[in-house]
Structures are given as structure tokens and as C-alpha cells.
Design a protein around this ligand. Structure first.
Ligand code: BV8
Ligand code: ZN
Length: 242
């Protein structure tokens, strides 16, 4: 199915869900995880994005998140993010589901966002759970941020490997995948679960599923259409047909 027929399906749809991954932020200058030169090329996920890593090397983990928060602060949403904001305005029941923690969908003006893996701008205390504001967090450059309420360590409000996702957020995402007529997947290698299971939920319920990715992924052989190329180009192209 080509872009024109996808546009036709969208014109006739009331319920649409979209899952995004690091690839949609790549054109903003945010490194992905698994592309050559991506974040995981230098470190293994377990060395940084896990509770074990945080407990054994909290300063290294915080240094990594401070650096990523700074990078994200310096970049801006790209036409791929903006196209999804436009799409949301055209579809009566639209749900954006993201694995990204870079806050770029929100900064682009997206309204209905489910953040499966948390958000770089948020943190909370490992002991008392007190959330700390992004402004408070930005005071810390490399060192471990300390809870203003009880003095223990803060941690990033991020879902690490081996950690459960927020059940309310995950259930809403599964509901959206099961109830939509069209499910778009943009910029994800579809390797990380339970996020990668969402397109399969949509397929099992008879939705039309389309993938926007530079390359083939773990789900390309299952979807109704795969649109190769940078989604900062292909998504605006789709919106121009609506
Ligand atoms: C849980 C926060 C369990 C960190 C992240 C074996 C089999 C199946 C599952 C597992 C397994 N072993 C372990 C598991 C579970 C594990 C998992 O799925 N591991 C994978 C690696 C096998 N999952 C978990 O641990 C999850 N929790 O399962 O809990 C549990 C159960 C009971 C009780 C207790 C616990 C938690 C997963 C969340 C981990 N946290 N992020 C951080 O960001 O700091 S995941 C991390 O990967 C990021 O969030 C990222 O978003 C996510 C997925 O990566 P992508 O977004 O897809 O990015 P990637 O680089 O991989 O791909 C980019 C894609 O974009 C590519 O396809 C590329 O071609 C494309 N692209 C690039 N540029 C462009 C583009 N496309 C279009 N245009 C472009 N310009
Ligand atoms: Zn505290």
C-alpha cells in the first residue's frame, strides 16, 4: 500500500494510534540507541539504563542523563514531530505513544502523549519519592542531584531495563493499539518490549499498520506498508496528502 492509499485510510478513520522511537528525534540531532554511532555503541544498556548501574555507579549514570538532558535542551522538534501534531488535529480519536524520553513531542505541541519510558526532564527521590522540578535538576552539572526534601539521591524519571512500565500508561497504550483503525510506527527498531508488542496488538485486532523507518525492522514483514527514508520527510509527505 502506498502513501496515497494510507492517506485515504486516514481520511476515513476516526481512531488512529502512533508509536514513535528514537528515530523520529534523530533528525533533531538526538542520537538513537542502536544505529551505528548510537548511544549503545559506546555503552551497553545494562551499564547505564538499569537500577544496577545506578546503584553501583550513580555518578556515571547521572553524568549520562545530565549530558542527554543538555543535548535535548539544545535541539528542537523536527518536521516529523510537527507532522504528528498536525495529524492529531485531523483525527477525532488520536493517541501518540512514545518510547522517547526527550520531551520533543510535547515541545512540538502534541497534546495526547503516552510516555512509555518516562522523561529526561523529570526526576524523583529514591527514598521519599518527592519529584524534583526540571529547574531544580538543571542546577546539577555532573554530580548526583540530592532530594531537597530528605537529602537522599534523586533518580531520573525513566523506566530502566528490568523495570516495570507505569501500568496505567501501558494499559492505555494497549487499549489505543487494540481499538485503533490505523496504527503508525515511526523510528523504532521494534526490539524493546513491551513497547514493541503494541504494533502486534493492533495487527491482531485487524488494524492497518504502517511503518516509517530508514530500514527494515523486526516488524517490517508484518505491516501493511513500510515507508523507507527519514520520517522527517515521509511523515510531512503523508500530511501533505491529507
Ligand atoms: C520490562 C529508557 C520486565 C532508558 C528504555 C528478551 C526478549 C524480550 C524482552 C526482553 C528480553 N530480555 C529482557 C527483556 C525485557 C526488556 C527488553 O525488551 N529488552 C530488549 C533489548 C530485548 N524490556 C525491559 O526491560 C522493559 N521492562 O520488561 O520489565 C519486568 C517484568 C516483570 C517484573 C519486573 C520487570 C523496560 C524497557 C524500557 C527500557 N528503557 N529507555 C533511556 O532512554 O535512558 S528503552 C530504550 O530503547 C529507549 O527508550 C528507546 O526508545 C528504546 C527502543 O529503542 P528505539 O527507540 O527503537 O531506538 P533504536 O535506536 O533501537 O532504533 C532507532 C530506529 O529508528 C531504527 O530502526 C532506525 O532505523 C530508525 N531511524 C533512525 N533515524 C531515522 C529512523 N527512522 C526514520 N527516520 C529517521 N531519521
Ligand atoms: Zn527524598
Amino acid at each position: 500500500m502506498g502513501l496515497e492509499s494510507l492517506a485515504q485510510s486516514l481520511k476515513n478513520s476516526t481512531r488512529v494510534a502512533v508509536l514513535t522511537g528514537a528515530g523520529i528525534s534523530a533528525e533533531s540531532g538526538v542520537p538513537t540507541f542502536r544505529d551505528p554511532g548510537g548511544i549503545w555503541a559506546k555503552f551497553r544498556p545494562e551499564e547505564l539504563a538499569s537500577m544496577d548501574a545506578f546503584l553501583s555507579h550513580p555518578e556515571r549514570v547521572w553524568e549520562w542523563y545530565h549530558m542527554r538532558r543538555k543535548t535535548v535542551h539544545e535541539v528542537k522538534p523536527n518536521p516529523g514531530h510537527e507532522a504528528l501534531v498536525q495529524l492529531e488535529k485531523l483525527i477525532p480519536e488520536f493517541q501518540l505513544i512514545t518510547q522517547n524520553v526527550d520531551d520533543l513531542h510535547k515541545r512540538a505541541g502534541q497534546k495526547n502523549i503516552l510516555e512509555l519510558h518516562g522523561n529526561l526532564t523529570r526526576s524523583y527521590c529514591v527514598s521519599c519519592g518527592e519529584p524534583a522540578s526540571p529547574e531544580y535538576l538543571n542546577q546539577f552539572e555532573k554530580e548526583i542531584p540530592i532530594c531537597p526534601a530528605c537529602g537522599d539521591k534523586l533518580r531520573p524519571d525513566i523506566i530502566w531495563f528490568g523495570e516495570m512500565l507505569n501500568p496505567d500508561i501501558l494499559n492505555s497504550a494497549i487499549e489505543a493499539a487494540r481499538n485503533c483503525e490505523v496504527f503508525l510506527v515511526a523510528g523504532t527498531s521494534a526490539l524493546v518490549y513491551p513497547a514493541a508488542g503494541l504494533p502486534l496488538e493492533a495487527l491482531n485486532k485487524g488494524a492497518q499498520v504502517f511503518e516509517f523507518n530508514l530500514e527494515e525492522t523486526a516488524i517490517s514483514h508484518l505491516v501493511h506498508g513500510h515507508f523507507p527514508g527519514p520520517c522527517g520527510e515521509s511523515l510531512p509527505q503523508l500530511l501533505s496528502l491529507l
